[in-house]
Write a new protein. Structure first.
Length: 73
């Protein structure tokens, strides 16, 4: 168990908890990333930022800093 930031490419994980606060947490939730949803990690940019993910059929980019606020299992 860890955060989305540590999830290997090609893995699908389930969101356990969002640890962010305020506007950052709201932005993550607006992307459809909420507790219990599955997130697939498609690719990570060469320098590790951003992380490309698929959530609810949508392809999204997430900042590494934000991905560290998403606990997954």
């Amino acid at each position: 168990m860890g955060t989305l930031k540590d999830t290997p490419i090609g893995q699908t994980v389930k969101v356990r908890k969002l640890t962010g606060e305020g506007a950052v947490k709201r932005r993550i939730m607006d992307m459809g990333i909420t507790k219990g949803v599955e997130v697939y990690v498609r690719k990570v940019a060469p320098l590790g930022d951003p992380i490309e993910i698929t959530v609810r059929g949508y392809e999204l980019s997430l900042r590494k800093e934000d991905a560290g606020m998403i606990e997954v299992e």
